[in-house]
Design a binder for this molecule. Sequence first.
Ligand SMILES: NC(=O)c1ccc[n+]([C@@H]2O[C@H](COP(=O)([O-])OP(=O)(O)OC[C@H]3O[C@@H](n4cnc5c(N)ncnc54)[C@H](O)[C@@H]3O)[C@@H](O)[C@H]2O)c1
Length: 345
Amino acid sequence: MKTCRVAVVGLGRMGSTIDDELRDYPAFTLPFSIAAACQASPHLELAAGADILPEKRDAFAERWGVKALYGDYLEMIEKEQPDLVAICTKGDLHAEMIVAVAGAGVKMIFCEKAIACSLKEADAALDACRKNHVSLNTGVLRRFIPLYAKMKEIIGAGGIGKPTAVVHYAAGTLLHSHIHSIDTAMYLLGDPEAVGVWGELRPRDTAFKDNRLDHDPRAIYHIEFAGGIEAFTVPAGGWEFEVIGAEGTLRSVNNGAGCLMRKAHKQGKRTMMEPAPFPEYEKKSGTVILLEDIATAAEQGRQTLGNIEVTHRATELCFAIAESHRLGRRVSLPVENRDMYVFHV
Ligand SMILES: NC(=O)c1ccc[n+]([C@@H]2O[C@H](COP(=O)([O-])OP(=O)(O)OC[C@H]3O[C@@H](n4cnc5c(N)ncnc54)[C@H](O)[C@@H]3O)[C@@H](O)[C@H]2O)c1
């Protein structure tokens, strides 16, 4: 693998400092920020950074020893010609930055989640990536974390029989949180197409004004995937995922610090789900895996793990939840209302 020169846009928590908040948290193997992941990987070189705030640029220079710093990210791209641009600004800038970075000729993009505040914006990001042959992953980190890869491997190999449902636990907002829960559910099931969505925003009287919400509301959902597999969210407890199959179950616990497995055993006429050992797996930083996946995918001419098509579908499901709430009924896909806007960070 060739060394990949990475430039970061947005030198805040995800771009630079978030590891300071996550030390001693067993759910995530560090490094977590883009800059820290680049420093940890022999295949990634932290080449440049852009932020509109001078104090963020100064702190980035001091922390990471990077000299190429800019207030304007497009000027940074023109002058530094990075291989990969990591967009780590807040959510309302993601789609327009994907379009601009792809248009500037960059073939590898990391963008924080969620990629858009409307389906119209998500469509524009999808078009720009397709047209410019961009390799992209987004910040839905569980897709890149080895624990979830092991769960997916077990499910794919028939280790819990035919999966019938995925249940996500934890209260969450529509775009900031449920882009994660939906992406993880899709990933565990092998990214099936969805056929129908029911959703409700909380509080229940949340109302759109001019097809727009200026905050990211809490949400619950039920998604039906092709083949009849269902995904639900339960707005309680900490972040966990349970995949229920005909012959067993898997449940990630404590936000992915571990996983409990149960297998079906016949006891007379009844089937009992008994604890079974979850296999060993190597713990590694999801951010390093995610960035290296973009670089190797581009080199090998293959799709990334969380490519633009997949991330566009997960985004469509988030907006389908909002549209279901707005219309007061279940919706099918694709969502017709592509102008609906939901602000999120
Ligand atoms: N994947 C995860 O688990 C995870 C964790 C934390 C944050 N995030 C996401 O990362 C994104 C950033 O969040 P954060 O907490 O790091 O925010 P932050 O506020 O700490 O950092 C954002 C930075 O972007 C800069 N910025 C704003 N406009 C800019 C522009 N036009 N050009 C260059 N820089 C600009 C700001 O000055 C700021 O320094 C959000 O979308 C958030 O949801 C994801």
